[in-house]
Every structure is written in C-alpha cells, then in structure tokens.
Design a binder for this molecule. Sequence first.
Ligand code: SF4
Ligand code: SF4
Length: 349
Amino acid sequence: MSVPVMKVTEMKWPALSLLDKDGIAEFAENLAERYLVFGPVAKGSEYVFAPVGKGEVLELNYHTTILPPKKLLHQPFEVLFSFHEDGIQENIVEQPKQIIFGIHPCDVHAIQILDKAYSVEYEDPYYMNKRKNTLIIALNCSEPAETCFCQSLGTGPFLKDGYDLLLTDIGEAYLVEVGSEAGMELVEAVNLRPAARVALVEKQKVYENARRKFRKRLLTQGLHELLESNFRHPIWEKLKEECLACGSCTMVCPTCFCYNVVDKLDLSLKSGKRTREWDSCMLLEYAQVALGHNFRKDRDARVKQRIYHKLLYYEPQFGTLGCVGCGRCIKTCVKKIDITDVVSRIRGE
Ligand code: SF4
Ligand code: SF4
C-alpha cells in the first residue's frame, strides 16, 4: 500500500501548523463560537460524538465511537414534512454550519460513500442540506483498536483527502494540514505555530508505527469471485442459528443508509407528520411486502444480504466496497459475528 504522506511540493495548501495538545480545548471553544462543533467525548467506558466547546471535553485518544458521525448527517429520526388539511409544510430548514472534529479516516471514507448514496441518482435534500454545511477536521489514527481493519481496505489508518483540516498526533502537538479553502480560514482564525517540514517525517513515523499495530485484516484479493461462488456455503446455515437478527450491526455501521418512511397521524386524522427513521436489512419486516410475503424471511438470508451488500454489491453501485473496516459491527455483536472471520472461513482459513 502506498504511503499517504503528501510531498511538500505537491501540497496545494502551503500551511503546515502545530496545535499544542493543551491548546485543543481552546481551539474547539474558539470554533464553537462560530459553528456547531461535534467531537468524541467519553460516555461511560465508550465514546460518542457530542457537542463540544461548552463544558464537554474532547477526547481525541479514542478508538471508536458507539455510533458513527453519520448520525449528524443522516439522523436516526427525522421529520420530512408536516401535513394538515390545508397542505404540507416542508421541514428543510436552514442548516447551521457544523464541524465534525476528530473524525477518523474510516468514518471520513464512510461519509464519502453516503455522499454518493444520497446524491448520485437522486439528491436527498435532507442529507445534502446538512452535508454542504459540514466541515471535517479529521484525525489520523495512531492506535487502531483490536477490531479495526481499515488498513486492509485502504480506508485508514491515515487519510489522503476528504478533509478540511487533518490532525496527526506527532507527540507534543498535533500536526495540522489544510485540505480546503474553508480549512485555511479555520487555521487563519486562530494562532497556530508554523511547523517545520521535519514534522512530515514525524508524521511518517507515526504512520509506520500505526500500520504495524493492526491485528485484524480482511483479504480483498479475489473477494468478488469468492462471494459469488459461495452463495450456498455451509457457513450461512451456521450463521442462521447464531444471529439474533437484532440489527445492531447495521445501526452502528457508518455506511448503512437505509431508512423507513412512516406517517404519524394525529388522533383527529386531520394532520400529522411524515418521518423517516433508520431501518435495517437484518430485521424481519425489512423485506416484507404487501400480503405478507417476505423476501428474506430466514436469518441466513439477512446475514448474507448484509455481508454481500458491503463486500460485493456496493462496488458496482458506488465504485468502492461498502465496508470501511471500522470494526463497529464486530464490537457490538453480542454473538461475536465477525465479518472478517466470515470471509476467512469461506476462504477455508
Ligand atoms: S450479526 Fe450480530 S449484531 Fe447483527 S443482527 Fe446478528 S446478532 Fe445482531
Ligand atoms: S460492515 Fe462493520 S466494519 Fe464494515 S463499515 Fe460497517 S460496521 Fe464498520
């Protein structure tokens, strides 16, 4: 895999800066005066993306969050419009500018997939309204968790593009790289120390070190052929018994984008709201159609659909695999069903 450190001469944005670690809170507070800022904060022994800058402390030494930052763009529950006897009222409101701070490379890649899902064939105004008003301050990963396998998929641990600012922990400070005009404006608004070119050498060391720490991998070579020829592999029968069809693996997945549309009527039957909420192909009702027929009644069909969608069906749709290797589905599954393990077992490893 090629090393994603840009040569200084290739950089479109000239500024390389240093952000002292004890200056992070002040930096976030400064941003919070002009933007809604969401970043990783502690919640019990886990982490979540939550508003920062007003007492909440950014925890940049996190491995992963319970839910991905997609919840800030494609909300778990959203009112599309209200209706009443006289007509409808759209719910596309002016979106305040927001910053996702400290987002890891795998989650940035996932947002790039969502961008395609919500704009290529039909532009989803609810998603795009938020997306166009979102800045990304990404954070390269130096400590992958034991469930991470982004390296196998080229979606981490370091990021090449798709950010406004990119931070790398190089010891006493974060190296700050600029990736857009908007990122440049963020840097100009605060007083960061300029970084010498040698900081890129430090960044390279952090990258090499992070690469050595991965314990999990998903071999992508020949993956399409492997899955196409193993539609009836015995592992699916086994997973039918193991999977609880709880849907947690899809709820925490940063690239899952399915939703259900529900009309909620007032008791008067004269007004109500059309809403959408996250849905999951792992749930029984997902593939149920009129008159009760269900295209994926059995759990093996649903597990297979999830894994095939991520590793086989996304590519012709979006030009990339649908898994970014964040490991959340592995971490969250009470039955320890592991997408990398499923592929290894089909390979006979
Ligand atoms: S694979 Fe695990 S998390 Fe996903 S539906 Fe089955 S039991 Fe739930
Ligand atoms: S399938 Fe699992 S590892 Fe892959 S992106 Fe979704 S949650 Fe992350």
